[in-house]
Design a binder for this molecule. Structure first.
Ligand code: CTP
Length: 423
């Protein structure tokens, strides 16, 4: 049975870890809860032991004959610490062994996910940033806190992400262990293989306002984009998502910038690239190619069209800016980030998808194109996919009859080789 150590430290969000514990148990996982002393001031020992079905200890002296400070870390398939306080991050970054949880961290050789939650000032303090950077450099997956209401009336980054999203990340990481164990390349299982990689990924569809009620949109669900984000997070990358309209919640662990229209997405992508200096930029979003040239304010009514009962309004469209092309041209001749475009193609009779993808790659000047055929409504909103990953170097990888997660991993396998070549 898969075994997870759930570390809980002393922040108000400890109450959300109760839900986390329940969800992990409902997923058939054996969970040992290791709270810190201060966590028990927020949620008591009986709650943790009753819901995990196991005794709970905070120090290394309880049941010392079983040497829990070594056995727990060694036996775990995953250590998940949620919420993690600033104090805990500091102790973990310095390798301290002052309680059972920090001992577990030092003995664990499995993936470690840390989900910090604290006030914005504490999260943004240079001391905390340095501790987070240290942990990330060691291959720990440090989840970006969510932005929103904090303990008092204040808002900002510092919230613990939704427990359901954290469990999703934990299950992704556990699945990734199985994938990498099966991979005969002999990947190092203790550290995530995209550690230190920064990525900016656009996801979802844009909506171009026609009036204050109506818009021109598209059928992008965000599924493939989020699969790419999730696989990057599970492999240790730092991901900023520029998100348009999507049908699914944003995965836990990434920084999020919302962008409703093509123009919002353009500005958000340029800002994120300038801020983050990423190794990879992925334009997975379905950005509108055209938008109403004159967006009306209010609502276009039938009445406003006059007496004729058959009268309809005319919508004049204009081209939007191609964000991908702009990102490529801004990069110029400097090595810069690896830039990936997507191509949803409807190849005609006798036309090959790969040829269309290569033509699009050359037209846009990017390094990779992920292409799929949209003939017959395939792909949008579905869980399964068929993609071709086409490189500027002519290397083509086909991922057929696969889940969007498998396609995402194949993309990151290609990307990690391209990033390594540029470093
Ligand atoms: N894209 C973009 N900005 C736009 C339109 C598209 O950055 N205004 C990006 C998409 O995110 C995708 C890639 O360009 O990565 C290809 O989009 P697609 O619509 O398939 O290609 P286009 O050449 O824009 O249009 P089409 O082939 O439909 O004429």
């Amino acid at each position: 049975m898969t075994s997870v150590v759930l570390g809980v430290t002393g922040g108000i969000a400890a109450y959300k870890a109760v839900e986390l514990l329940r969800l992990l148990r409902e997923s058939g996982i054996d969970v040992t809860v290791v709270p810190t002393q201060s966590a028990l001031r927020f949620v008591g020992e009986p709650t943790w032991s009753a819901l995990s079905g196991k005794p709970v200890a905070t120090d290394v002296w309880t049941d010392a004959h079983q040497v829990p400070h070594v056995a727990l870390g060694q036996g775990a398939d995953l250590v998940l610490i949620a919420p993690a306080t600033a104090d805990f991050l500091a102790r973990a970054a310095h390798g301290m062994a002052s309680d059972l949880l920090t001992n577990v961290l030092l003995t664990a050789r499995c993936p470690v996910i840390v989900a910090p939650a604290m006030h914005t000032e504490m999260w943004q303090h240079p001391a905390t940033s340095a501790n987070v950077a240290t942990l990330r450099a060691r291959g720990v997956i440090v989840v970006e806190p969510s932005v929103g209401r904090l303990t008092g009336t204040d808002t900002g980054p510092g919230r613990l992400p939704d427990p359901a999203r954290l469990v999703e990340l934990a299950l992704d990481v556990l699945r990734d262990q199985v994938r990498r164990t099966a991979d005969l390349t002999g990947a190092d299982l203790t550290g995530a293989d995209l550690t230190g990689v920064r990525a900016v990924v656009s996801v979802g569809g844009t909506r171009e306002p026609w009036d204050d009620v109506r818009f021109l949109g598209n059928r992008s669900s965000g599924k493939q984009g989020f699969a790419i984000v999730r696989s990057a997070l599970t492999r240790g990358a730092e991901v900023t998502v520029v998100v348009g309209h999507v049908d699914e919640p944003v995965p836990a662990g990434c920084a999020v910038i919302e962008a409703a229209t093509a123009e919002d997405m353009r500005q958000a992508m340029h800002a994120a690239v300038a801020d983050i200096d990423p190794h990879v930029v992925i334009m997975a979003a379905a950005v509108a190619d055209f938008r109403p040239a004159r967006g009306a304010t209010g609502k276009i009514t039938k009445e406003s069209l006059g007496e004729d009962p058959t009268a309809v309004p005319e919508v004049l469209l204009e081209r939007t800016t191609d964000v991908l092309v702009e990102l490529v041209s801004k990069r110029g001749s400097a090595p810069g980030p690896v830039i990936v475009g997507f191509a949803a193609e409807a190849p005609g009779e006798g036309e090959a998808l790969g040829d269309r993808a290569m033509a699009k790659l050359q037209r846009k000047g990017c390094d990779l194109v992920v292409a799929n055929a949209i003939t017959g409504g395939a792909v949008f909103g579905q869980d399964a996919t068929n993609v071709l990953i086409v490189g500027a170097d002519g290397v083509v990888t086909e991922v057929a009859n696969a889940s969007k997660a498998q396609a995402a991993h194949a993309l990151w396998d290609t990307l990690s080789r391209l990033i390594a070549a540029r470093r």
